[in-house]
Design a protein around this ligand. Structure first.
Ligand code: AKG
Length: 274
């Protein structure tokens, strides 16, 4: 089932929608259990520095990328022909200082013209106390705004990029139960605070669902096909995995993450590991 007219209007006006029910808390708990089982079995492959594109090595996250309970809602915003650029596992350890500075996703993505949306699926409760995603409503209407690179140690973002001159008092905190998601616009300014709770805060960002009318502006770039019309030849299409961390999945993730790093660090003074 897609979004209703009120939700679509809210997205156009404010740049986000939340909360949206996707699955039961039990099902989200099962996904978390599968993730933690895989993390225990493949610690070298699944740790904080390997947070990008887990859907290319974990079949249960691969299946989430095409799940109609998510993609039907996405389709209401970007149309029926859909591909996915990447996923990011935003897992904050208990009582950790890790945070995400105020930023726009689209600033560093090198794709366009924008017809895309990020879905953020909660696998644990996500609230202000454990650093849920917070957005600055309406900021998507300003288009691209200036960021500075901070490379802050506890900043989860690639280059610690941060929008200058934000007024955090206007923020809306997207509190979610496990199994709920939020949707946010590629230009909406958003971020998140540290996790001050005794449990992990885990969310899978499906980042970003794009209409197949979008093109890379610096190549090469990798996508997975989600539904509808074919993907243009200007993209390289990667398959979803069949087994946890098998050789082909790891190779696909490597190639996608390398391209991801080259794009996200373009023009940066230094690099961290991706
Ligand atoms: O999970 C977080 O704390 C931040 C997520 C985020 O920045 C995003 O999904 O674009």
């Amino acid at each position: 089932m897609g979004l209703n007219a009120e939700q679509v209007e809210h997205f156009r006006e404010h740049g986000y929608i939340a909360p949206i029910d996707v699955m039961s808390e039990d099902e989200a708990g099962q996904l978390r259990a599968l993730l933690e089982e895989a993390e225990a079995a493949y610690p070298e492959q699944l740790h904080a520095e390997h947070r990008n594109n887990p859907h290319l090595v974990l079949p249960f996250f691969g299946a989430i990328t095409t799940d109609p309970r998510i993609v039907d809602k996405v389709e209401s915003l970007i149309g029926p022909d859909i591909m996915l650029w990447s996923t990011v596992l935003f897992a904050k350890a208990p009582q950790s200082g890790s945070f995400v500075s105020w930023h726009q996703d689209a600033t560093y993505m090198a794709v366009g013209p924008h017809n895309d949306v990020t879905a953020w699926l909660a696998l644990t409760p996500s609230h202000l106390g454990n650093g849920c995603v917070s957005v600055l409503p309406g900021t998507h209407k300003s288009g691209k705004v200036e960021h500075v690179d901070t490379f802050g140690d506890e900043n989860i973002l690639t280059r610690g990029q941060e929008v200058v001159g934000v007024d955090p008092s206007t923020a809306v905190h997207l509190e979610l139960k496990p199994g709920q998601m939020s949707l946010h616009h590629p230009w909406v300014v958003h971020g998140s605070q540290p996790n001050r709770s005794d449990d992990r805060r885990i969310g899978l960002a499906l980042q970003t669902y794009m209409g197949t009318d979008m093109r890379p502006t610096k190549g090469p770039q990798y996508v997975t096909h989600v539904r509808g019309g074919a993907v243009d030849d200007s993209w390289s299409v990667l398959p979803l995995p069949t087994d946890v961390c098998d050789d082909s999945g790891l190779a696909n993730r490597q190639v996608a993450n390398q391209s991801f790093a080259d794009i996200l660090y373009d023009g940066a003074e230094k690099r961290r590991k991706l």
